[in-house]
Ligand binder design. Structure first.
Ligand code: FES
Length: 343
């Protein structure tokens, strides 16, 4: 050992190989030897065989050497078989033992194990305390029996701040009393039915309008304009223009005083001229045509005189005008006594 410290690495490896060779020879001829220096462990520590854990002694073969793997497996199997063999008699012993008579059970345990019929189960359930929702009477009785049980912890709520002045109702106004739920429901129904009735009424009116034709009402073509004395000479009456569209004039035509009715329709493009008493003429606002008092055109684009309507003294002495018949001056129709009343 003293020389071991002075051994070189090559010497250590050679010694290790030698010892391995001896071990391998004892293990058997199948063990292989390292043939090269490269396959050997690099350090003496790595080359040393691993120590078994704890105090387990290394198993030895029957020859006194190390056990091969096959021998170790055979030994382990043998040990396992022996254990089972040992355990088997113990189990047999327990099976042979006679069952001891069961100890007497208490009455409650006996009742629990015995089969019970439905009636007894229901009776037991009814006897026990009621689970689930309780009636008011039951709750009151329970609360009376144990008043502390329902006592809830008090929650301290801070008081509401006082309303500002602008949020308070005016001093003169009365606060409306809050109605009951029935009244509110009734009001709601009134409002609903009122709205429904209004909508139904409007819809009915709109439907009724379809039953009547959308026609324009024309004034009658024949109408009376009063007695001849109401029309002084040289005057043009304009009060029938809006309703009937005619002027009633008392003027001269071809040196003859006549009462005649002139249509207030311009002969240019159909506009409505106006009588200008100051200028003693009919003036059309559209293109500036002008007509004398007797209806003859004298200025503007109007190509011909105004038209006259049929006129006569009715049975009651009044002047009757018939707009369905017109007379044109350029056609020489003003000579017809049906279009004037001589005065
Ligand atoms: Fe009267 Fe043209 S319509 S002047």
């Amino acid at each position: 050992m003293a020389d071991k410290k002075k051994m070189s690495v090559a010497d250590i490896l050679a010694a290790a190989r030698k010892s391995d060779g001896e071990g391998a020879a004892s293990d058997g001829p199948t063990a292989s030897k390292p043939t090269t220096a490269e396959s050997a462990p690099a350090t003496p520590e790595a080359a040393a065989p691993a120590k078994p854990a704890g105090k387990v002694k290394p198993a030895k073969s029957a020859s006194g050497g190390r056990l091969s793997v096959a021998e170790m497996m055979a030994k382990a199997r043998a040990e396992k078989g022996g254990g089972e063999e040992k355990a088997a008699p113990a189990a047999k012993k327990s099976a042979d033992k006679k069952p001891k008579p069961a100890a007497k059970k208490p009455a409650a345990a006996k009742a629990a194990t015995e089969p019970r019929d439905t009636a007894s189960i229901l009776a037991a359930a009814r006897k026990s305390s009621k689970a689930g929702p309780m009636s008011k009477a039951e709750a009151a009785a329970k609360e009376k029996a144990n008043p502390k049980a329902k006592a809830k912890p008090k929650i301290l709520v801070p008081p509401m701040p006082e309303k500002p002045a602008y949020a308070k109702p005016a001093s003169g106004t009365k606060k409306k009393a809050k109605g009951t739920a029935d009244e509110e429901r009734r009001d709601f129904l009134w409002v609903g039915f009122g709205s429904l009735a209004a909508v139904t009424g409007l819809w009915s009116l709109a439907s009724l309008k379809f039953l009547f034709p959308n026609v324009r009402r024309e004034p009658p073509s024949k109408f009376k304009v009063g007695f001849p004395g109401a029309y002084p000479a040289g005057q043009v009456q304009t009060k029938f223009k809006a309703q009937y569209g005619v002027w009633i004039a008392n003027a001269e035509y071809n040196g003859q005083s006549q009462i005649y009715a002139l249509k207030s329709v311009c002969t240019h493009l159909g506009c409505t001229p106006s009588w200008l008493d100051a200028e003693q003429k009919y003036k059309c606002p559209c293109h500036g045509s002008g007509f004398y008092k007797d209806g003859i055109n004298f200025e503007g684009p109007a190509p011909r005189p105004l038209e006259r309507c049929a006129i006569r003294i009715a049975d009651d002495g009044q002047i009757e005008v018939d707009k369905s018949r017109v007379f044109q001056e350029e056609m020489g129709q003003w000579e017809d006594p049906s279009c004037y009343i001589s005065v």
